[in-house]
Write a protein that binds this ligand. Structure first.
Ligand code: BEZ
Length: 391
């Protein structure tokens, strides 16, 4: 991979047409990710997964791919400006990426209006596959509800009934905590308090942790990712809370991407997620080996989302789909067996349908690792106001 001063890189000339139907000679992909800011590491990881996915599957696509990268900086107005630039100036055929739910909300209308398909490779904003769904927005990662909904009843089954919730104050934090609270209380649990911490600005979680401690909760349920996840987990431990109040979360909190930076503070945290690198399946073992060979590190949920986004693009290109509408329609029919298990897109919402895993972060012989506690059935979101136009 070569990154030039203009931010343009090619993934190599991948694949000459063999038996695939006629497709575009080259597909220009706008990779819209945070390469700076609080989610920079997540963006770089999705990028690595995406490039590996094109390298692995691209040969069958019957076309070559060119990548143009843009940095959202995790800021909605910047993400919007970069999406416009990719569409109007670079004239990309498709876009992939987006980490933050806030950035996804900002770019949704421009993508829909321009009829340029967007393969969402992280941002879980429920509304993007709910009331603001679009035929041009196809998500292969997860929705914020999907990850957290199953944790409510699961925690009640483990005997936990009083919980305090904490998350950053933006769409992802609010949607994740609201969904968890709904399913937890429906199963008989009680939310005894909640805090939303200023997003991208909170460095000291102390005042919030003190309130959680005083609340009488048996456990905290949280969502944090990237740099905020590292600080939160370390401070939770150093405040001495872990012994008295178990820490549960959506699995981004203890992602393999930064769990080593959290160190022993992450041990014993129990979370739910759509991917765990310790899944012992032939497809996942092959992916883990290939990613490790390429990058020297264990793949995280961010890597797998990039990898699956590339594979979804290749599957759609293989149909010979040419033009935004045809490519978007082909993307919404994608289904395959990937590292995380069986993945399919629900054409009613364009959100992914997939199993959810509950895992505990434990010490292993080579550092921290993920112990699988439960595989929960495939989770499919309700349409939530999505009325997908029929082509
Ligand atoms: C989000 O903003 O949707 C998000 C960001 C990081 C991890 C998970 C979700």
């Amino acid at each position: 991979m070569k990154r030039t001063a203009t931010g343009i890189a090619t993934a190599g000339l991948i694949g000459a047409a063999l038996v695939a139907p006629a497709a575009a000679d080259e597909i220009k992909v706008g990779l819209l990710l945070p390469y700076s800011g609080v989610y920079a590491a997540l963006g770089t990881e999705i990028d690595a997964g995406f490039v590996l996915g094109l390298d692995t599957f691209g040969e069958d696509a019957g076309t070559s791919f060119q990548i143009v990268r843009e940095d959202t900086e995790v800021k909605p107005p910047v993400g919007l400006a970069k999406a416009r630039k990719l569409i109007l100036q670079d004239r990309v055929d498709v876009m992939a990426g987006i980490v933050s739910s806030g950035v996804l909300a900002a770019v949704r209308d421009v993508v829909d209006g321009a009829e340029v398909p967007l393969i969402v490779a992280n941002a879980g904003n429920d509304i993007a596959t709910g009331e603001a769904c679009s035929p041009y927005v196809v998500r292969v990662s997860f929705s914020n509800s999907q990850i957290n909904r199953p944790m409510g009843p699961w925690m009640v089954q483990q005997g936990i009934t009083k919980v305090y919730t904490m998350a950053p104050d933006y769409a992802a934090g609010r949607q994740m905590m609201e969904t968890f609270a709904e399913s937890f209380t429906a199963a008989g649990g009680e939310i005894v308090g909640a805090d939303y911490t200023p997003f991208r600005k909170t460095q000291d979680f102390g005042p919030y942790l003190a309130q959680a401690k005083a609340s009488g909760a048996e456990a905290v349920f949280a969502f944090y990712a990237g740099g905020e996840a590292i600080s939160f987990v370390k401070q939770y431990d150093s405040f001495g809370l872990k012994a008295d109040m178990g820490l549960y979360a959506s699995g981004f909190l203890t992602s393999p991407l930064y769990v080593e930076a959290q160190g022993p503070a992450a041990e014993g945290i129990v979370t739910s997620l759509h991917y765990v690198p310790t899944l012992d399946t032939p497809v996942n073992n092959a992916f883990v080996a290939a990613f490790e060979a390429e990058t020297g590190r264990t793949p995280s949920e961010y890597a797998v989302a990039g990898y699956d986004a590339a594979r979804a693009l290749v599957e759609a290109a293989k149909t010979g789909a040419d033009g935004g509408a045809a490519l978007a329609a082909a993307l919404s029919r994608v289904s395959f067996e990937g590292p995380r298990g069986t993945l399919s897109i629900d054409p009613a919402t364009n959100n992914v349908v997939q199993p959810i895993y509950v895992y505990e972060t434990v010490a292993g012989p080579e550092g921290l690792t993920q112990k699988l506690l439960a595989e929960l059935p495939p989770e499919q979101d309700a349409p939530n106001g999505c009325e997908m136009p029929t082509n």
